[in-house]
Design a protein around this ligand. Structure first.
Ligand SMILES: Nc1ncnc2c1ncn2[C@@H]1O[C@H](COP(=O)(O)OP(=O)(O)OP(=O)(O)O)[C@@H](O)[C@H]1O
Ligand SMILES: [Mg+2]
Length: 325
């Protein structure tokens, strides 16, 4: 395969203009699932789910993925993203390290996850030149994607921030094995966002209720409607999602039903697609309820295809009414 250098530009013609700018920050992973010793999934993942979803669902927005990509995955990532006219590629940096590989070994309902390879954290200097006037979507597919101080600096400058808490619920031992870790300073991470997303398990672990009821989810949402946070999303897989907003005294909670899916092929990245779907619609309508329903439709479509390569095809029904300028 042809080797490319750093300092990439986008494949898009320079004459194109875009209404909004969204920076997508987080690691790009290689995800492997082993079931009964057999590989059932092996694909690029992590932040790419967010970036591709935004590129497809928000064609009039300039999407700027920022990531340090391992030398062995870089060309593949570029080949995938250069198909989108609204993706700016120059925020992607090839690093000397091997790309992180996240393996999930499943046996029945139980799983053990381990990682191979290091993640080079994204620094503020990588983000700085894009930040002015940008909406920022931050995600943590590895938990080492960026440091807290970098997040704080980004938040100071960004227009609005959507944060997917994701694997910040987990630590990693010296063999790369993931274990549950409740960060004592978890609030320091979430206070830097306008919108924060957890899945049900993550919300449960952070709040101390392992299997949170709907009331627990509402109370949890309410407890973080402070600082900069205006809305808390808790996604519950096929059971839909909850959005708590308003102020701590009088919070409101919306229950967003999931869309029915006839045949679920793969749910990896559903939360990432949900987050990006929300941002895509929010930038258009600034209407929270419409954005949540749109996010839920996008996430359901993700379940209908087996892999990342098929994601843009799956999302196409949602772009029928979007006028491309
Ligand atoms: N089986 C399903 N059928 C329909 N919609 C689904 C299904 N699974 C997930 N979704 C949609 O995707 C959203 C996010 O799912 P989930 O809670 O599993 O995210 P997640 O665990 O953060 O995923 P990931 O971290 O892999 O991206 C749900 O709120 C729902 O709208
Ligand atoms: Mg998630």
């Amino acid at each position: 395969m042809k080797t490319r250098n750093e300092g990439l530009m986008s494949a898009r013609p320079q004459s194109l203009t875009f209404g909004e700018k969204v920076i997508v920050i987080g690691a790009i992973t290689r995800d492997v699932i082993l079931r009964h010793g057999k590989t059932t999934h092996c694909d690029l993942g992590g932040m790419l789910y967010n970036a591709i979803t935004l590129a497809v669902l928000s064609p009039n927005t300039l999407v700027i993925p920022i990531s340090n990509v391992g030398y062995d995955a870089f060309d593949e990532v570029i080949s995938l993203l250069e198909n989108y006219r609204n993706v700016e590629l120059s925020g992607l940096r090839r690093v000397q390290q091997k790309n992180i590989k996240c393996t999930l070994l499943l046996s029945g309902e139980y799983g053990i996850q381990w990682d191979e390879g290091e993640v080079v954290p994204i620094t503020y200097s990588q983000v700085k030149r894009f930040i002015e006037g940008s909406f920022v979507l931050v995600t943590f597919p590895t938990g080492f994607d960026l440091r807290l101080n970098t997040l704080r600096r980004i938040t100071e400058m960004a227009k609005e921030v959507y944060l997917d808490y994701h694997i910040l619920t987990k630590g990693r031992d010296e063999l790369g094995v993931r274990y549950l870790k409740r960060r004592r300073n978890w609030q320091e991470w979430v206070k830097n966002a306008d919108f924060v997303q957890f899945n049900r398990f993550e919300a449960g672990y952070v709040s101390g209720h392992l299997l949170p009821s709907i009331d627990d989810i509402k109370l949890f949402g309410k407890s973080i409607l402070r600082w900069r946070v205006r809305g808390v999303v808790v996604t519950c897989g096929k059971d839909g999602s909850f959005f708590t907003h308003g102020n701590t005294r009088h919070p409101k909670c919306l229950n967003v039903l999931s869309e029915p899916v006839k045949k679920v092929l793969n749910t990896i990245g559903c939360g990432c697609v949900y987050a990006a779907g929300f941002v895509a619609e929010y930038l258009r309508s600034h209407d929270i309820e419409t954005s949540l329903r749109f996010a839920s439709r996008a996430a359901a479509l993700r379940c209908t295809v087996p892999n990342l390569q098929a994601l843009s095809r799956a999302l196409r029904p949602l772009t029928d009414n979007v006028k491309i300028s």
